[in-house]
Each structure stands twice: as structure tokens, then as C-alpha cells.
Design a protein around this ligand. Structure first.
Ligand code: WT7
Length: 648
């Protein structure tokens, strides 16, 4: 952990939000934050009950919270529908306000008002019903970042179906695994999507996946790129044809607060990706409040989050949290640097974006491309910036602050996870001073703690430890789909009664948290989570590979790069061509995000006498360290390390 820390450039300055920002902000008084935070912990039921009553419930709750670790039930007995709150509730005062401003990669552009979005969602909800989808059924969504992805999610939620969005960059086999795990009956996809001027062949991938995933009975295909694709009669339907005759009347189904809203797959330290399950009432309440205060959403804002809806950031802060606040969300289909590195800045200029939420890896790539790109555009509409996905190095923070925010815009460095559903640690933009590299303070209702490996709290400022959360919060995951034991083991067993995040962190004397990164075998590549085991099992599924060990190596743009150490089966030789073949194989099995940056062939992997791969050594070797630190006494064969260092 300390090595990771040292890699973070130091920046000791503290930045206050500007007087102008503070004055207009929803929250701008540190004493008020303290009082609200204290109340949220002293009387969580009163606090969250009051927040929830800003939303619509068909039937009120009997109790705000029932907590029997590790099982939480929020707004017990209540009935609601998140689309009623995201859509219907906004019709009265925001009917003609833009809900979604869409920009395709080729530059095509579409605006859906709240009225339009409500109508399209109702229609597609009826389409799903027509295909036999019922409450509790799973619908897999494999779409590019086009309005239909939000329409499909909301249509599921409208009728109580559980959506499972699979990122469009995942391969056919990754899609098949996720469909099978969820036993989805309907797949919503597109003929293709635009990415860096080429077409991502979504329908072709889907066809390949469906050969292995027989639970899918119907496929709905959005026409996006006009690709020539094959349509299987009886199974495959065009979206626009089904929509043509669909009724636009579809009242929101009253759902129990604890009914599932969606499954989202994420990588863990062992085995296959897990289906994180979120439920309706708590998730809507928490994403509503976090979006409102952390992005300081106000009536005239145009908010733009660059994340894909295939990740939790897209669920909570492209779609749900933003629409729940009646705000305008910008959706962009393609790559941020296509056709040139100025694309994001051009979009901000074109649409008058006031709040930008993106990832450190993107900021570092923009930085590398040079400030001439943002300087070409008018960025004066911006008033608030956000970052998420991995620790931000102070150098990138300063660039974001000065070059993009011109020193005017506060930055919120938001720490959270797929499992947490919403932002957990951040500064509040009008309240707190910012410390580059530090995420900041806990949000309302969040009780973080830093503990040593025996679970003892670490109270010394700036001493690193494991980050745990002491109490339940409304948007916490409820289980791992189909594997309740994994839910308990993964999150609640290491520190019984507390949620274990898998991250290391430290806290300074003023209560600011600094996240140091994962302490398990999870990589963070360009803000995306990948299990080392996942990449390893993809590699060993290739006929030439005997064994592999995958580690991360610090990378100036991606945060971590993937280095795979591979031993070959007899008869295969260490050839450059085979390295490329193995990289392509991993892309085929998982998707381009998992492509190893480096493959290193070796005769043997460093193992302990009990046969455990010593990843710590491999991490040091991958990072090019010549002086291998730490205990190597358990190593079975010392010469393996010398050979690996020599690149043999
Ligand atoms: C992991 C969660 C939910 C956001 C997108 C990623 C890392 C996330 C930060 C941050 C330092 C961060 C953590 C976390 N992470 N945000 N602001 N500072 N680290 O969601 O794929 O579930 O990954 O991302 O390591 O555990 P995810």
C-alpha cells in the first residue's frame, strides 16, 4: 500500500470553492453539513424518511430501516416506482425541459424532453409486456450509448422487470455468461454502435452469445448504424417496428421498495463476475440525494457524465440520479477523442454543459493531448467538475482545475463502487475546501472507518489501513444474484457486521479520506475493474498456455496496465506472434478492456512451497524494480526470480 501512496505526487495546497460558487450553491455552510451529517448518523430513520418523502410513494413505509447485518431493508412495506419519480413527477413543471441531450459519435444529435422520454418509456414498456415480460423477469440490455439504452432501462423499471445492462465493449462470451447467470428472457441490442469511426458489431456478438444462452426468447434490435445483420424470424424484432404500434399508455407499476431494480456484473478477486443486486426504494432515495447535493443540481444545469451506462456510474449518474432531480443529462455515444482530442470540449461548448463528471484516466489522456484542444472551445458554461473511478494524482487534478475549470470550478473527487450504488466519500462543492488527491468527507449517513487487519480502528491521522463501512446505507447492494453466500463471504466476513470495501485508505487530521487503491486481486485499468483471475482463466483457456499469473503495473494514463506472466505447454515456443495471439484471445473471451498490455513468457512462476503464486514479487518485477523487497524466504526456487528479472 505504501508503494502505491508514494506513487501519488504530493500536493499540499488546499483549494476553497470560489465565493461565487458558494453563494449560489444548495449547501454552502460547513456547520450545516456537520449538523446534517450528525443527524444522519444519530437518527438515520428520521433523516432518510425526510429525504424519501421528497419522492412519490404509492404506499408509505411502515419502517424506514430494518437492519440485521448483513441484510438491510429500507422503506419497509412501501410501494413506489422509480420511473414515476424520474418521469411522471417531472411532467407537471418540466414537461418541455430536455431530459436527454444525445450526441452520436458521427455528430447526429437528438433531444428528448421529459414529455418525450415519458412517452417512449411507456411505449417500450408495452413492447416488453407484449413480448411476455413480467414483474421480476430479467432483461439484458447490450446497447451503445444512445437514448434507447435509457429508454430500455426505464421501461423495465416501469413494469418491474429487472434490467441487466452489459457494457457494449464486452465480448460475445462475456455477454453469454451474463445472460446465463441472470437467466434473462429478452435481450435488447442494436445492429451496431459507433466507436472511433468504426462499427461495434453488437448484433453479431449477440448472435454468437445466444448460441450458448438459450434462456433468451426474444431479441429487440435498435437500428443505429444500418449494418447488414441477420434477423432470426420469430426471435428477432426491430425496435422501430415494435414501437410503431405500441400504446403510449402505461402507468407505473407499484413496486415494493425492496423489489429488485437491476443486476450489474462486476469483477471480484476470485472466479466469475458477480451480479450485484440493487433494489428500488433505497437506491432511488440515495441516488436522488447524492446527485442533488454532490453535483449541486439546479434547474438551469446541463449535466454531462462521460461514463457508459454499462457501468454503475452510468446507471446512477447518467440516468437515475439525474432524472430523479429533473435535470438535463447529456449522453455521448463514442470515444472522447474522436475524431480528435477536442471532442469532449466541443460537446461542452455546443451544449452549454455546466457540470462535467469524468474519470482520472480520461483527464490524463486529455492532458497528454495538450491544452491546445480545450483552448479551442468556450468552456465558460462549466461551473462544477467531478471525477470518479480511481485515485486522481494531484498533477491531473491541478490540470483539470486550472485548464478546464479555469480555477473557478470546484472539483468533487467521488469515491464509491458498483456495490455502494451511489457516491460515499467526496467533498460537497459549496461546503468543503478541496485537497487534491483526497476524496474528502463521508456523505450523509455514511460511517467509514479505517481498520488494521485485525479490525482495530486506526485513529492515527494519515496511517493507512482497510476501508470499511460501519452502517447500512440506502443504496447498498442487497445480495449477489444467485449466490447469497458470496455476498456474505465477500463483503461481510472479513470484518463481521461491517461492509468491507476492498480498498485501502487513510484519513488526515481533518477527517479527509485518501483512497489508496484495491487491497485485493482486483485491477483498476482506466477506471474499470478487472479481476486478475478473470484474465488468467481467459489465458489458460488458450491451448498453448499452461499457467498464467496476471498483475497490474503502474501506468501513466491507465492507472494500471495489465502484465501477464505465462508459461507455455510443451511444443509451443516463445514467439512474438503468439503474444499477439494471446492478447487477441483475451479480447475475444472478455473484451478489449482486458487486453494485456504485456505478455511475458517464463519457464516457471515464483511460488511458495505450498504452491501459491507470489504475486507481490511479480508486481515488483513487472514494475521493473531490480531490488526485490520483502520476504522471499517462502519462495520455493530462488532462481525463478533471478530469471524473471533478467527477462528470461
Ligand atoms: C473501485 C470501484 C463507482 C465508480 C466507478 C468504479 C476505485 C472509485 C474512486 C475515487 C479512488 C476510486 C476504488 C473502488 N475508485 N472511485 N474517487 N478515488 N478510487 O466502480 O468498478 O465498482 O470500482 O474503484 O478502488 O473500490 P467500480
Amino acid at each position: 500500500m505504501t508503494e502505491k501512496l508514494e506513487a501519488v505526487l504530493k500536493e499540499d495546497r488546499v483549494f476553497e470553492p470560489s465565493a461565487a460558487f458558494k453563494e449560489a450553491a444548495r449547501l454552502n455552510d460547513p456547520a450545516q453539513y456537520e449538523a446534517m451529517y450528525r443527524q444522519s448518523l444519530d437518527d438515520p430513520e428520521a433523516f432518510w424518511g425526510k429525504v424519501a418523502s421528497e419522492l412519490h410513494w404509492f404506499k408509505p413505509w411502515e419502517r424506514v430501516l430494518e437492519w440485521q447485518a448483513p441484510n438491510a431493508r429500507w422503506f419497509v412495506g412501501a410501494q413506489t416506482n422509480i420511473t414515476y419519480n424520474a418521469l411522471d413527477r417531472n411532467l407537471a413543471s418540466r414537461r418541455t425541459k430536455a431530459a436527454i441531450v444525445f450526441e452520436g459519435e458521427p455528430g447526429d444529435n437528438q433531444v428528448l424532453t421529459y414529455h418525450d422520454l415519458h412517452r417512449e418509456v411507456c411505449k417500450f414498456a408495452n413492447v416488453l409486456k407484449g413480448l411476455g415480460v413480467k414483474k421480476g423477469d430479467r432483461v439484458t440490455i447490450y446497447l451503445p450509448m444512445i437514448p434507447e439504452v435509457a429508454i430500455a432501462m426505464l421501461a423495465c423499471a416501469r413494469i418491474g422487470a429487472i434490467h441487466s445492462v452489459v457494457f457494449g465493449g464486452f465480448s460475445a462470451s462475456a455477454l453469454a455468461d451474463r445472460i446465463k447467470d441472470a437467466q434473462a428472457s429478452v435481450l435488447v441490442t442494436a445492429d451496431g454502435g459507433w466507436r472511433r469511426g468504426s462499427v461495434v458489431p453488437l448484433k453479431n456478438n449477440a448472435d454468437e452469445a445466444l448460441a450458448e444462452a438459450p434462456s433468451i426468447k426474444s431479441v429487440v434490435v435498435v437500428r443505429r448504424t444500418g449494418e447488414d445483420i441477420s434477423m432470426q424470424p420469430g426471435r428477432d424484432h426491430w425496435y422501430h417496428e415494435l414501437m410503431q404500434n405500441a400504446s403510449d399508455q402505461c402507468p407505473a407499476e407499484p413496486m415494493d421498495s425492496e423489489d429488485p431494480l437491476f443486476i450489474l456484473y462486476t469483477s471480484g478477486s476470485t472466479g466469475k463476475p458477480k451480479g450485484v443486486l440493487h433494489t428500488i426504494g433505497g437506491y432511488q432515495t440515495y441516488t436522488y440525494l447524492t446527485a442533488k447535493y454532490i453535483f449541486d443540481l439546479q434547474e438551469q444545469d446541463t449535466y454531462f457524465c462521460t461514463a457508459d451506462v454499462g457501468w454503475i456510474t452510468g446507471h446512477s449518474y447518467v440516468v437515475y440520479g439525474i432524472l430523479l432531480n429533473g435535470a438535463t443529462t447529456v449522453m455521448y455515444e463514442g470515444a472522447p477523442n474522436w475524431p480528435d482530442p477536442g471532442r469532449i470540449w466541443q460537446l461542452i461548448d455546443k451544449h452549454g454543459v455546466s457540470i462535467l463528471y469524468t474519470a482520472p484516466t480520461a483527464i490524463r489522456a486529455f492532458m497528454k493531448a495538450g491544452e491546445q484542444w480545450p483552448l479551442k472551445y468556450r468552456l465558460s458554461s462549466l461551473r462544477l467538475l467531478g471525477t470518479v473511478g480511481e485515485p486522481i494524482n494531484p498533477e491531473a487534478w491541478m490540470w483539470y482545475y486550472n485548464v478546464i475549470g479555469k480555477g473557478r470550478c470546484p472539483i468533487v473527487d467521488t469515491w464509491w463502487q458498483t456495490e455502494t450504488g451511489g457516491i460515499m466519500i467526496t467533498t460537497l462543492p459549496g461546503v468543503h475546501a478541496m485537497k487534491p488527491g483526497h476524496a474528502g468527507k463521508p456523505f450523509f449517513g455514511i460511517a467509514p472507518e479505517i481498520v488494521d487487519s485485525s479490525g482495530q480502528p486506526i485513529s492515527n491521522p494519515d496511517e493507512g489501513g482497510h476501508l470499511i463501512i460501519r452502517r447500512p446505507w440506502p443504496a447498498m447492494l442487497r445480495t449477489v444474484w444467485g449466490d447469497p453466500q458470496r455476498y456474505v463471504n465477500q463483503y461481510w466476513s472479513q470484518y463481521p457486521g461491517n461492509y468491507f470495501t476492498g480498498d485501502g485508505a487513510r484519513r488526515d487530521a481533518e477527517g479527509y479520506y485518501l483512497i489508496m487503491g484495491r487491497v485485493d486481486d482486483v485491477l483498476n485499468v482506466s477506471g474499470h475493474r478487472l479481476g486478475t483471475m478473470e484474465v488468467e482463466s481467459a489465458l489458460v483457456s488458450h491451448p498453448a498456455v499452461a499457467e498464467s499469473a496476471v498483475v497490474g503495473k503502474p501506468d501513466p494514463i491507465k492507472g494500471e496496465a495489465i502484465v501477464a506472466f505465462v508459461t507455455l505447454k510443451a511444443g509451443h515456443t516463445n514467439l512474438e506472434a503468439l503474444k499477439n495471439e494471446l492478447k487477441a484471445h483475451v479480447v475475444k473471451v472478455i473484451g478489449a478492456i482486458a487486453r494485456p498490455d504485456e505478455i511475458r513468457f517464463t519457464d516457471a512462476l515464483p511460488k511458495t512451497r505450498s504452491g501459491k503464486i507470489m504475486r507481490r514479487l511479480l508486481r515488483q518485477i513487472a514494475a521493473g524494480e531490480t531490488d526485490i523487497k520483502g520476504d522471499t524466504s517462502t519462495l520455493e526456487d530462488r532462481s525463478v526470480v533471478e530469471k524473471l528479472k533478467a527477462g528470461e
